[in-house]
Ligand binder design. Structure first.
Ligand SMILES: [Fe+2]
Ligand SMILES: [Fe+2]
Length: 369
């Protein structure tokens, strides 16, 4: 009996896919820690309501001034022959995109498509969650607007890839189905301090990823795809600015607790939100997709270290004063971490083996990892 069987059996007679995935990713349901933020800390967020109205909500872009997916896709309102000409042009542009590039683009799109999971996760953060689905706290208004903006990313990329004909849409749709059913476990413990540290890091990571995918599309001659990914990257940057601003404010009003939240998140590593992805075939799909992203230079360990250094500078963590002794230990750990990550990666690079892997998303064609 495998490890996954034994844990799943304890949870019930039927083995749900979630359990299978949780075991495959070495994340165990019974190790999930919840509600670690002291209840009185909810008041910190309440005391920041006015600040959030003034400093957070202006970072939402009005709908009337926002782009929509259809602006960047073949215009379906045109007469059939003109619309089909635009689709043909899209297919021509995407015909030569390399398979490894497509794998990374698909992985990014699937990550965006699991958006319902992320909104659920944010609303589970103590002190800032949307309690009714239409709550009027600035935190809830922000989260709904952020979700609405994010919703366009998956829509746009998925439609573009569908029209390209280069990818196996059914396998991609299955992966999205599995992923939303499985959820996300990034270890933030319903703690809003840790949640906002996570989103600061993760939005910057998505900005870097989409920016690199845009650059590569341009190099490969698909200027529309470059514009699409560049447009998405601009959204991610604005979202990153919002979350970074929240953590900056938390550092001002509650420096030790915030510093410890940053250290906690960095100790457990910032896991990308789609880390539990599965296509029904490859139990290590996320690892394989990440390996390709690292190899072609879309998102690497160097980027991870760069993001950490960016946040340390942006939040002026090295200069933080007045911390408790625990806060000081957290500060020391975080401020010395980036060089350690880079050294570890250099050692892993030396050991890297060149192997090929089949991805169902591109009709089981092989791509080197
Ligand atoms: Fe996004
Ligand atoms: Fe985002």
């Amino acid at each position: 009996m495998t490890m996954s069987m034994s844990i799943c059996t304890q949870l019930g007679a039927k083995i749900p896919p979630r359990c299978y995935l949780m075991d495959q990713s070495k994340t165990f349901l019974n190790l999930q820690k919840t509600h670690s933020m002291p209840p009185e800390k909810k008041e910190v967020f309440k005391s920041l309501d006015k600040w959030a109205v003034k400093n957070l909500l202006p970072l939402i872009k009005p709908v009337e001034k926002s782009w929509q997916p259809h602006d960047l896709l073949p215009d379906s309102s045109l007469p059939a022959d003109e619309f089909i000409d635009q689709v043909k042009a899209l297919k021509d542009r995407t015909a030569e995109l390399p398979d490894d590039y497509l794998v990374v683009l698909v992985g990014g799109m699937i990550t965006e498509e699991a958006l319902p999971t992320y909104q659920t996760w944010v609303n589970g953060l103590d002190g800032i969650g949307d309690e009714t689905g239409s709550s009027l706290t600035p935190w809830a208004i922000w989260t709904r607007s952020w979700t609405a903006e994010e919703n366009r990313h998956g829509d746009l990329l998925k439609t573009y890839l569908y029209l390209s004909g280069r990818v196996d849409m059914r396998m991609i749709e299955k992966t999205i189905h599995y992923l939303i059913g499985t959820g996300v476990d990034v270890g933030t413990e319903n703690n809003a301090y840790m949640g906002f540290v996570y989103t600061s890091f993760q939005e910057r990571a998505t900005f870097v990823t989409h920016g690199n995918i845009a650059r590569m599309a341009k190099e490969r001659g698909d200027l529309v795809l470059a514009q699409i990914c560049g447009t998405i990257a601009a959204d991610e940057k604005r979202h990153k600015n919002a979350y970074v601003r929240i953590v900056e404010k938390l550092l001002e009003v509650d420096s030790s607790e915030t510093m410890m939240a940053i250290a906690n998140m960095m100790r457990r590593k910032i896991t990308m939100p789609a880390h539990l992805m599965h296509d029904g075939q490859d139990p290590r799909l996320f690892d394989h997709y990440s390996a390709v992203a690292q190899r072609i230079g879309v998102y690497s360990t160097d980027d991870y270290a760069d993001i950490l250094e960016f946040l340390i500078r942006r939040w002026k963590l090295e200069k933080l004063e007045g911390l408790t002794s625990e806060g000081q230990r957290a500060q020391e750990f975080v401020c010395k971490l980036a060089p350690r990550i880079r050294r570890l990666q250099e050692r892993l690079d030396l050991r890297a083996s060149k192997i090929n892997h089949k991805f169902s998303w591109i009709f089981n064609k092989e791509v080197s990892l």
